[in-house]
Design a protein around this ligand. Structure first.
Ligand code: ZN
Ligand code: ZN
Length: 355
């Protein structure tokens, strides 16, 4: 075989197109993966649109951020090693691997401390370099691969983005004391994993928030203690009541003006509001609350390679409840995008490329 298939974005805002490409031969420490599972993330939808909503500041386009089309998206990638470069030491053909896609510049302070997600010059797989919506994917170095032999690729593939994103946010939120509560806003792929990983880290007082009762039902099955449909008028007072005035952390996987508004109002003194979702817009809050409530408003961007390895260890130890996975053929990518946009997906859509 000398060619492989990918589904690429050729024009911003347009559907993905099927394309044929020359199959690369790995050089140096490169590894060629035959993709068996590729998760569809909300951020793929944001990028397809071509811009982020910055509220009063206008728009941030991905072209401005250095993204170029055509591009193969897909940053949650698992597969089998098909070929290795001559300098690869620890990978073997047919090994099942998960890709760490948040590759940093490799030389800045953040990268040297394995905080790739804090690097200002990331070379993200599926945005700056070809990703997993394809039958094959070339990874630039074996160190970006995590062994997942013996695990189900489609089940664990979302951890490469949604898993480490919420794990990173939970670390930034910090520990809760007895009787303290946290809330997770948005029960899509990120939110479901946030509930599961919070539980795996020993946090039991979790309130899941969404506007879809079916998703809230699933969040309960994933281990949330309580749920709140935020479609009501009194979400703030309900949250304060549910947490007995001790809501100390909110992880916002939606990240819009509506969720920000509720979070900063419901949090108790010294509460931490951690935003990971990128729905966009801008929320307003009385600035005096920052000192008066000694509040932290903090962002967290994806996650780091040690966190991915830690999560896979927790999966192997049976500590992380499995979120719902919808397996679909990669050729159905454009329908899948529409379904995710319309909120018709519980958990994660994972593509399985046809060979
Ligand atoms: Zn993602
Ligand atoms: Zn860097």
């Amino acid at each position: 075989m000398t060619e492989y298939t990918s589904y690429d974005l050729v024009e911003w805002g347009q559907p993905f197109e099927k394309r044929s490409n020359d199959l690369p031969t790995p050089a140096g420490s490169e590894v060629l993966i035959r993709v068996t599972a590729a998760g569809l993330c909300h951020s793929d939808l944001h990028v397809q649109k071509g811009f982020m909503d910055l509220g009063e500041e206008g728009r941030l386009t991905f072209a401005e951020r250095g993204a170029q089309l055509p591009m193969t998206f897909g940053h949650e990638i698992a597969g089998l090693v098909e070929a290795i470069g001559p300098d690869v030491k620890d990978m073997r053909v047919d090994q099942q691997v998960l890709v760490f896609p948040w590759i940093g510049c490799g030389t800045c302070e953040a990268c040297l401390e394995d905080r790739e997600s804090d690097c200002a010059a990331m070379r993200i797989i599926g945005l700056k370099q070809r990703g997993g919506f394809a039958t094959h994917c070339l990874i630039e170095h074996e160190k970006f691969l995590v062994d997942i032999d013996g695990l189900e690729a489609a089940d664990v593939v979302p951890h490469a983005c949604s898993g480490i994103t919420v794990y990173n946010a939970l670390e930034k939120m910090g520990a809760l004391r007895d009787g303290e509560w946290m809330a997770i806003m948005g029960c899509g792929g990120l939110g479901m994993n946030a509930v599961a990983i919070a539980r795996a880290l020993g946090i039991t007082n979790v309130i899941a928030i969404d506007i879809d009762n079916d998703k809230l039902e699933t969040a309960l099955e994933m281990g949330a203690a309580k749920t709140l449909n935020a479609g009501c008028d009194d979400a703030v007072s309900q949250l304060q009541e549910m947490s007995k005035g001790r809501l100390m952390g909110v992880i916002d996987t939606f990240g819009g003006a509506s969720t920000g508004r509720i979070a900063v109002r419901a949090l108790a003194k010294t509460g931490r509001y951690i935003v990971v979702g990128q729905a966009g817009g801008d929320f307003k809050m009385p600035q005096v609350w920052l000192p008066q409530k000694a509040m932290t408003v903090r962002g967290s961007h994806v996650g780091n390679s040690p966190q991915l390895r830690a999560i896979i260890e927790m999966v192997r130890a049976g500590k992380i409840r499995q979120m719902p996975i919808e397996r679909r053929p990669l050729s159905g990518i454009n329908q899948a995008v529409e379904d995710l946009k319309a909120g018709r997906v519980s958990g994660r859509i994972v593509f399985q490329p046809e060979t």
